[in-house]
Design a protein around this ligand. Structure first.
Ligand code: ADP
Length: 608
């Protein structure tokens, strides 16, 4: 590709060439005209000299004073710097200012002389063999008999008077004139060239500066907004153009700033959204994702663009929704279920058509809200309601059954009546226990949510002693040995009533699920493990233990590892749920370790 030339190299050489041609043409024509004029003038001059000489020459010829004629020619010739030759009708040279006529050729056939013999003024410019140089000749017809007229008729030409000068001197003069013209022409070309150069620079310089500024604008740099305005030398068009560009740069700068601010705001909103957002083009390739999407699908935000959406989320239903919106531009809302290793995930998903600045459909925007926790909570609540109903219905059905049996006649059989009424009493006690536990749980939950649980620093030993004293009767009945171990001065941040309730629950469980002759202990350890500010209260038993598969769900409400046994032993399945909530209310947690057949260990971790 031909590289475009600079403006100055387009204007300057063309202008200089044009000026050069014009000056050369004018000089050429001028020099020619001067030469012509000079020759004509010289001819006229020679003719005038010949006319002046003619009168005396005619006299000498008429009186046949040829010697005097020759002398006259020599003297006049020397004084006027002219060669003078007189030729008679037969071509013989009669006199010559520069040569001896006797040695000269016959001149009859010289062109100027021949013309003169025909009665005209003959002019010729040629090489003189006599003098060996170029001469300009003017030959004048001479008629002996003076006025040239004889009784009204013209006298015959008897002689010719020829004047001539060397062309060399003429040429020298002309050469001189031409040289001067050439010098002037060169000076004119030089001057014109200089002026053209200045003008070209004045045009191109501001344009070059503006081009540089425009380049900077194109790169987004508006720092040098003031465009060059060489007002004194630049043309009004260039100044106007510079002004317009300046204004345009200002407007562009403002617009770009506004766009950047707007984009930054959008990006901040986009990245701080909790919803996962993925923008997808019409080919189902990712345009961009936000931080939440990167986290949700465990991908790198920077490498996601360009990937197919299937490479990020593998879900048929989602793909169907995306394809639907891509083809119909309709907004679709649905809940997508993702099966993952860590468990199922529920994503509330909106697929919206994406348009560009001119309203063209360029893809879709997928907005996903992870509602897994919400769904799980809903499930827990649903299960809880079902569990509560079930737990309450069981004793109520039992009571109703026995009361109906009593009314149907069993009341009359005293032994049966007493047994049935004892069952009714037990079931109603069970109902009371379940309701008490439920109330206790919801009260702790509610108070914890409202921040009403007051924690105060107090000694732990009295609480432990009280727990043991509460359980000692029950332990004695089941022939289980109790033991405790707690530093005397240790104090912790606690709510003593709630902490006691939690530890009683754990201890009662330990006693309940331990065979007679077993042992349940409470051990308090300060600066537990790596957590220096924690206190670990461990309730340990050597009872039946819990199978491994039950451990993760053990603290859920109504969850029992061994349903029949728990019910038989009067358990409600709420005790450990209450312990968990009490631990949370103390900004702590509860952990379990157990081996089936060997015993269990429940540890309550709370702050000192
Ligand atoms: P429950 O009132 O049935 O004891 P919990 O919530 O206190 O309810 O306990 C839940 C379940 O955990 C119990 O049904 C029992 O199967 C199991 N469990 C709790 N503590 C122990 C323990 N110390 N030893 C063995 N199993 C236990």
């Amino acid at each position: 590709m031909i590289k475009p030339r600079k403006l100055i190299w387009q204007i300057f050489p063309a202008s200089v060439l044009t000026i050069l041609l014009a000056v050369t043409a004018v000089s050429w024509y001028g020099a020619g005209a001067v030469q012509k004029f000079h020759l004509k003038q010289t001819e006229k001059d020679l003719e005038a000299r010949a006319i002046l000489l003619k009168t005396r020459a005619v006299d000498y010829i008429a009186e046949s004073r040829f010697d005097e004629l020759r002398t006259y020619c020599v003297v006049a010739g020397r004084e006027s710097g002219t060669r003078i030759t007189i030729i008679q009708a037969d071509g013989k040279v009669l006199a010559d200012s520069n040569e001896d006529p006797e040695v000269m050729d016959n001149h009859r056939m010289r062109i100027e002389i021949d013309t003169a013999f025909w009665g005209e003024v003959g002019v010729s410019r040629r090489f003189s063999r006599t003098l060996g140089e170029n001469l300009l000749y003017v030959a004048l017809p001479v008629r002996i008999g003076e006025s040239g007229m004889v009784g009204g008729s013209v006298l015959p030409v008897s002689h010719v008077l020829r004047t001539s000068i060397s062309v060399a001197s003429l040429d020298r003069t002309l050469e001189n004139i031409k040289r001067r013209i050439a010098w002037v022409a060169m000076a004119v070309v030089l001057f014109a060239g200089l002026v053209t150069l200045l003008i070209s620079k004045n045009i191109s310089k501001p344009l070059e500066l503006m081009t540089k500024s425009a380049d900077q604008f194109a790169r987004g740099d508006f720092s040098q907004r003031r465009l060059p305005k060489p007002k004194l030398v630049a043309s009004s068009e260039i100044v106007t153009l510079a002004d317009s560009m300046d204004r345009m740069a200002g407007l562009l700068d403002e617009k770009i700033q506004a766009i950047v601010t707007h984009r930054n705001q959008l990006e901040t909103v986009f990245s701080s959204m909790v919803e996962a957002v993925i923008a997808i083009d019409t080919e189902e390739r990712v345009i961009s994702t936000n931080d939440a999407a990167a986290e949700l699908f465990n991908i790198k935000k920077a490498t996601a663009p360009g990937k197919l959406v299937q490479q990020i989320v593998r879900n048929i239903k989602l793909q169907e929704k995306i394809s639907h919106t891509l083809s119909t531009k309709e907004t679709v809302e649905s809940e997508i279920l993702l099966h993952e290793n860590q468990g199922d995930r529920f994503l509330q998903t909106h697929v919206v058509s994406l348009t560009n600045g001119v309203g063209e459909h360029v893809g879709v925007l997928v907005v996903m809200n992870d509602v897994t926790k919400l769904r799980r909570l809903e499930n827990v609540r649903r299960d809880f309601v079902a569990n509560v109903s079930h737990e309450l219905r069981t004793p109520i059905t039992s009571i109703r059954g026995y009361v109906e049996t009593l009314l149907d006649g069993a009341l009359d059989i005293r032994e049966d009546a007493v047994r049935f009424l004892e069952i009714v009493l037990r079931q109603s006690q069970r109902l009371t226990t379940i309701i008490d536990d439920l109330l206790s749980l919801s009260r702790i939950e509610e108070e914890a949510r409202q921040g009403q649980i007051v924690l105060e620093r107090d000694k732990l030993l009295p609480v432990i002693v009280s727990v043991v004293e509460t359980c000692v009767m029950q332990a004695r009945q089941r022939d289980v040995e109790l033991d405790y171990n707690c530093p005397e001065d240790l104090s912790v941040q606690m709510n003593p009533t709630l902490l006691e309730q939690a530890l009683v629950n754990l201890m009662v469980n330990g006693i309940t699920y331990t065979r007679p002759g077993g042992r349940v202990s409470i051990d308090v350890v300060e600066d537990f493990g790596e957590e220096a500010d924690k206190v670990a209260i461990t309730v340990r038993d050597n009872g039946c233990g819990i199978a491994k598969e039950h451990l993760p769900r053990l603290f859920e409400r109504f969850y029992r590892s061994d349903k029949a046994r728990s019910r038989a032993l009067g358990g409600t399945g709420l005790g450990l749920a209450i312990v968990k909530h009490i631990a949370q209310a103390h900004n702590g947690k509860v952990e379990v370790q157990s081996l089936e057949g060997e015993g269990s260990e429940f540890t309550l971790l709370i702050n000192t």
